[in-house]
Design a protein around this ligand. Structure first.
Ligand SMILES: CC(C)(COP(=O)(O)OP(=O)(O)OC[C@H]1O[C@@H](n2cnc3c(N)ncnc32)[C@H](O)[C@@H]1OP(=O)(O)O)[C@@H](O)C(=O)NCCC(=O)NCCS
Length: 181
């Protein structure tokens, strides 16, 4: 019988999840059929470090099986402008009321630990943290093409498909607080 522990990882110790972050990038590339080469520049160094630095608040949660890291989720609250850059405009800036948005940014459970409920626990912890921010109306999740299991997982948790960007490379999921009230 496996007992999973959930631990908050301080931003300064984000290196803890580096290898799983890079596994996530490789996993997403392996599933993608639309522009998979866009993953080539994506790694812990180019995706996670800048994201943590540009955010107003971060939450990294690790799932531990004994001493082994078996999964993590990374969410943040950031100024909406960080989602309009040279790579893409992720959503219509004017459609967001406040100055900041929430994002469930990275989510990965190791093969062999999936479909056991660990993802649901991590998702709910992240969602609760994002919900606790007053004045943030919009939460986003960006799912790369080919990852229908993840897409369906988030839809089952209440997120809605908003639109696609980069020729369908990414599907943008959105949860707007005022919609659900
Ligand atoms: C997506 C992911 C985070 C979900 O976490 P998980 O621990 O596997 O999910 P859970 O065990 O909590 O499952 C929740 C529900 O999703 C469904 N589900 C989970 N993984 C699934 C899969 N691979 N295929 C189909 N359904 C799946 C389950 O049926 C479950 O529904 P149920 O509770 O009614 O049985 C995890 O599978 C994962 O890390 N996948 C690889 C990386 C990835 O795709 N990350 C997301 C990037 S956007």
């Amino acid at each position: 019988m496996m007992a999973i522990r959930y631990e908050l990882i301080p931003d300064e110790q984000m290196d803890t999840v580096k290898h799983l972050c890079n596994e996530l990038m490789a996993y997403q590339k392996s599933l993608a059929t639309i522009r998979p080469e866009l993953f080539d520049g994506m790694s812990f160094e180019t995706r996670m470090i800048p994201s943590v630095k540009n955010a107003k608040a971060n939450q990294i949660i690790a799932a531990m099986d004994g001493d082994e890291l078996v999964g993590y989720v990374y969410s943040n609250v950031s100024p909406k402008e960080v989602y309009s850059n040279d790579f893409a405009v992720f959503f219509d800036m004017d459609s967001v009321k406040g100055s900041d948005v929430g994002c469930l940014s990275q989510f990965y459970i190791k093969d062999g630990y999936r479909s056991m409920g660990i993802g649901t626990v991590l998702f709910e912890k992240s969602k609760r943290w994002l919900d606790s921010y007053d004045g943030i109306d919009d939460q986003f999740i960006y799912v790369s093409n080919g990852n229908d299991a993840a897409l369906n997982f988030y839809i089952s948790k209440g997120f809605k498909i908003s639109h696609q960007i980069l020729d369908g490379f990414i599907t943008v999921l959105r949860n707007t607080k005022s919609d659900s009230k």
